[in-house]
Design a protein around this ligand. Sequence first.
Ligand SMILES: Cc1cc2nc3c(=O)[nH]c(=O)nc-3n(C[C@H](O)[C@H](O)[C@H](O)COP(=O)(O)OP(=O)(O)OC[C@H]3O[C@@H](n4cnc5c(N)ncnc54)[C@H](O)[C@@H]3O)c2cc1C
Ligand code: FES
Ligand code: FES
Length: 493
Amino acid sequence: MTTNRVIRFLHRGTLVEAAGFAPMTTVLDWLRLDRRLTGTKEGCGEGDCGACTVALGRVKDGRLVYEPANACILLLGQLDGAELVTVEDLVTDGRLHPVQQALVDHHGSQCGFCTPGFVMSLFTLYHAAGGATDRAAVLSRLAGNLCRCTGYRPIVDAALAACAAPPADGHHDRRATSAAMLAGLADTADVFVGDDNAFFAAPASLDSLAVLMESHPDATLVGGATDVGLWITKQLRTLPKLVHTGRVAALRALDETASALTIGAAVTYAEAEAALGALDPDIALLIDRLGSAQVRTAGTIGGNVANGSPIGDMPPLLIALGASVTLRLGGSVRLLPLEQFFLAYGRQDRSPGEILTHVTVPRPEAGDHLRVFKIAKRHDQDISAVMMALKVRLDGRRIAAARIAFGGMAGIPKSAAAVEAALAGASVDDATAVAAAVARLRDDFAPLDDHRASAAYRLRVAGNLITKGLMEIAAGERSSTRLVPLREAHHAA
Ligand SMILES: Cc1cc2nc3c(=O)[nH]c(=O)nc-3n(C[C@H](O)[C@H](O)[C@H](O)COP(=O)(O)OP(=O)(O)OC[C@H]3O[C@@H](n4cnc5c(N)ncnc54)[C@H](O)[C@@H]3O)c2cc1C
Ligand code: FES
Ligand code: FES
């Protein structure tokens, strides 16, 4: 197996080979400090504001696609194999890009600090939309871009105007050349930049990854770096050894069978959205509300699980669906029900050097009904205060089995075992039995007070979510019976 001692990516139509960089270097720092390209701005430095948005071009399913990314928490090494496009790269022959011109025409900028980020998010939408977009797609694409002085109406108007036309810019004209250059970077070599004490590595196979992690159990695995990036920029941690999983084809695959989805740990939300969302409209809505477009195109399902956060959105859903995880340490592979992976706050059943390789999600069966509710202060781009996923299997009107999992209610994502037991065998129409089961929540959880919500609020809302879910299921699977706000109604239809 060959090893590349550089990372290789395209920037401004040319091949960049970067060696000797510090492993924790972010794309934003490389652009602004190294290349002196200061059009890309730093606002929050933690993935929240979108001022630093850049576009990454990759060939997916034989087509060149551009996706938005937060340069402040994207590691330079993650650019390997991609095309980097920044706000400096959009003008063609002295003419503004159509999205820039539309922002001018619609008065979409005042102080302009947020504007490069909006331009780059809209650049990706412009290419994805192919001349047909709508307000919902614009709002979803812009949920990760904050503007504090212009207001969103003129920006959304500009987006709708610019993206109504089929793409016709320099990047579209050069797409065949760019795709061919990117194809030339798609080799099967491992990437290792640095030395044994400090490195950025991106093995190309699962075997190489397992060998590397076994010899460096102190290394930090990196999927999309939407959590790890903040350890660097906000917690100022020193992470000398970084191992990126994004080059391992086996971890990038999502396999679908009649009975289950097997999701590689490095599959992003954007890549998993269609398959997971097809299981149930509530899942599609949850993923649409998870982070922003920038976060969903980098962040992985595996990272969300491995991070073990008590307020991560995927674990409660996956626990309710009965998911399991596959872990690999060196040559040994083991399978674990997901719930058993979470041991205590900040502690997972994962040995140093062990890799989460796959998450296997059984498909809901006939008679299964799912409800997923995320309670957060904002609709978009917010972390849950409480998150519930409930799956019940009905046998006629009787609840044959219930799986209910919560985030935000304990130090780990956790099932409401006492509630589940109390519901088993009850009629879904029996309000007294449901209320008695909900009262058992106090046996399952003693939630914390924190800045997101008080313990009393959490317990109250958790009970209400179970009740709401069961009421909806009892009323039947019609959109008119879904107790959803107007904004969410189209997902439930
Ligand atoms: C602005 C913003 C908004 C967010 N919104 C949400 C939200 O709404 N809901 C939500 O749940 N989360 C949210 N997050 C958190 C984050 O996006 C998710 O947790 C994401 O899934 C992490 O995936 P990643 O690939 O980026 O993980 P990384 O940051 O790369 O890694 C996270 C952890 O997993 C470990 N890891 C990664 N891959 C593996 C592997 N294969 N094997 C073992 N360990 C591994 C890493 O070492 C690290 O401990 C948000 C983050 C940001 C910055
Ligand atoms: S600077 Fe705010 S998202 Fe990067
Ligand atoms: S124009 Fe000032 S923050 Fe958007």
